[in-house]
Design a protein around this ligand. Structure first.
Ligand code: 13P
Ligand code: SF4
Length: 311
């Protein structure tokens, strides 16, 4: 039997759902029950009635699903699928930082561990960070963590002066400005569209800045035909499916490890690993009950604000 048939049989038998982020391999996106950005995936994880969630993404995403659905079995195809951005905020250092600024409200990106969420007041994703910040009074002091590039960008579009944690994602932080400018010279008609986890000089020259789903929507609604895409390469799969007549160039990277725009953590997911974890029900995410309950509050607050704003 083909692996796809075996996965289909198992997910039916076990009432399992496969959720996938836009950054995972295209063959996984093709078979997933739901593909989306971080916000859409957490919304989906909160409302699914499946017994098992196979989260084809990275650890913090599966953890968020478990926090929202503690009675479900949440499986991560490869437990090594971490996130450099989540790793850039160790819980002990962050707790100290929060304690040093008691009058600040703490907004954290969902790309964090459950321990960090437990220290937060509201979480956000790149889809709703601006609206979450704007939902708070102008005079409210805010700590924003862990992504300094996203934090700087939100400060610039909202006129706030949030206190930023010094963290970043190794994929987005290493896009090459020089390489992007060279691509633009070769394809002058191409619009530059960038994820806000990228560095400021890149965001300043971008025609559109937004989350993965926002970049996708832009390519569908825009009259242009060519795009230089500054985010993880996996998004190109859905962009090409939605816009078969358009041309996409993935932005070059200065990442010395691979000189590519892949997230090595996202790319750890494979069909074989999905099949194995579903078959043996291994790689389960389990969380400390107290941390999980504390971490749930800021996520629920984010989901409520997002729902109210129709995001
Ligand atoms: P979004 O899905 O919010 O666009 O975030 C991208 C990301 O880096 C997830 O790892
Ligand atoms: Fe984390 Fe960056 Fe990979 Fe997203 S792309 S999972 S932020 S390391």
């Amino acid at each position: 039997m083909e692996i796809l048939e075996k996965i289909n049989q198992l997910r039916k038998e076990k009432n399992a759902v496969i959720l996938a982020h836009y950054y995972v391999r295209s063959e996984i996106q093709d078979i997933a029950d739901f593909v989306g950005d971080s916000l859409a995936l957490s919304q989906e994880a909160a409302k699914t009635d499946a017994d098992i969630i196979v989260f084809s993404g990275v650890h913090f995403m599966a953890e968020t699903a478990k926090i929202l659905s503690p009675d479900k079995k949440v499986l991560l195809p490869d437990l090594e699928a971490g996130c450099s951005l989540a790793d850039s905020a160790p819980a002990d250092e962050f707790e100290k930082f929060v304690k040093e600024h008691p009058e600040h409200l703490v907004i954290t990106y969902v790309n964090t561990t459950a321990e960090i969420k437990a220290l937060s007041d509201i979480t956000c994703t790149s889809s709703n960070a601006k609206q979450i910040v704007e939902s708070l009074p102008k005079e409210q002091k805010i700590i924003f963590a862990p992504d300094k590039n996203l934090g700087n960008y939100i400060n610039s579009v909202t006129g706030r002066n949030m206190l930023l944690w010094d963290g970043e994602c190794h994929v987005h932080d290493q896009f090459s400005l020089e390489g992007i400018l060279k691509l633009k010279e070769e394809h002058p008609e191409a619009k530059i569209i960038a994820h806000p986890e990228s560095r400021k000089p890149i965001l300043l020259i971008a025609d559109h800045v937004g989350s993965t789903s926002s970049l996708l929507k832009f390519t569908q609604n825009d009259a242009g035909q060519e795009y230089i895409v500054v985010t993880e390469s996996g998004i190109l799969h859905e962009m090409k499916l939605k816009n078969p007549e358009k041309t996409f160039y993935i932005a070059p990277s200065d990442n010395p490890e691979c000189m590519c725009s892949d997230c090595n953590f996202m790319k750890l997911n494979s069909l074989e690993k999905i099949y194995n974890c579903l078959l043996y029900e291994t790689n389960e995410i389990n969380l400390d009950k107290e941390i999980s309950e504390k971490a749930k509050k800021p996520i629920v607050r984010m989901l409520e604000i997002s729902e109210k704003l129709g995001l």
